[in-house]
Write a protein that binds this ligand. Sequence first.
Ligand code: ARG
Length: 465
Amino acid sequence: MSKPILSKPWGGRFTAPTNEFVEQFTQSVSYDQRLAHYDIMGSIAHVRMLAKVGVIAEKESLQIIDGLQSIADEINVGQFSWSTELEDVHMNIETALVSKIGDVGKKLHTGRSRNDQVATDIRLYCRDEIDAVIEAIQFVLSALATLAEEHADAIMPGFTHLQSAQPVTFGHHLLAWAEMLLRDRARLQDCRKRMNILPLGSAALAGTSYPIDREFVAEQLEFDGVTSNSLDSVSDRDFAIELTSALSLIMMHLSRFSEELIIWMSQASGFIDIGDAWCTGSSIMPQKKNPDIPELVRGKTARVYGDLMALLTLMKAQPLAYNRDNQEDKETLFDAIDTVKACLQAYVGMIPTITLKKERLYQAAASGYATATDLADYLVKTGLPFRDAHEAVGKIVQYAIQQDKALDELSLDELQRFSNVINNDVFSVLTLEGSVAARNHIGGTAPEQVKAAIQKLQKSIKEGF
Ligand code: ARG
């Protein structure tokens, strides 16, 4: 057999060396080498299967596995030399195997293609990364639970339209964030289930003529089953899009938290402080201490959304089955995963450094007529229809604003000018403490409920679902 002009595994039918630009343009090894560990795992499972069904000899499989393991070691210690000429992680490893163990290494690729190989690698990679993101979410949840516990009854203004609405407890507010992250965790777990199916065995697109045992490979790689259609298996990237979509939602949530932290730390609000180690300064204004961590998290949300858009757009016009377009899935997917992990890590570190300016929060709640609804409810309890109560209290608020007084600073006499059913007991409902304590039902802001919700959250963190 004459030697091929190209030293590439696919070189046989080519008569000219690859153009240098093309080599650079088509390579993915500079970034997909991140999948090496999963590529080797998949290859080992594949080779065990080939020996089991008798396509290669047991002895050959052991030699190949040995070779792959020593390549894994080289990669781990940074001694493996990656070559652009060999395009991607798959061909780099396969070529290294052949040069390490000789011709028997050439049997590794029997009954598979890089198309089902890469689809397998990415699923394995995503599966691990999902576990890592879930773990990071758990840490953020714990940090939130701890802070919420500390401030279960600290009163702050609750907002709608960013206008003071009704008093809430800081613990309750923090637990709203926790709810979002609990849904994020569930979404990742759900996406992991759907992702955990083995595409290997689909080969290039049509399956393979060897008597392969896909279930055996799936078992070794801890997949829950095998995919059902070879064409779909090699081309499907739904799982990556689903994951990036779940990651985008995480970022949307973190970005919302960030926005609030930034507002709360502003001089205008003065509700919280973030520890010095988690803030940065200004090169010109010596007094500055900026909430750059939440700002960057808010900013990085944009790139994760961009990653999601890139993946959706990547897939929208692809005919079946595999197309090289799919190589473009990796950098965006990696970027989304890396970004989310870093942002969650930032939150894990930053949350415990948040300190509350309790008095300021209390004063803000006290000065925004936040107990007006409580006053209306008080009137309703004496038999007034809610709409009439609403109107009466509206007038009381208007009067209080003119007098530059808070509601509980009005005298009984003043209040009675607007409604003769008001009695001395009204003052207990006008206090902030009374207002929050009254909302004592599941999902309400009463400190008692917040404490119960923290217990529930702690349990859910422990159980992991
Ligand atoms: N590097 C490729 C990718 O990431 C691997 C599959 C290439 N397959 C092919 N037939 N060119 O998608």
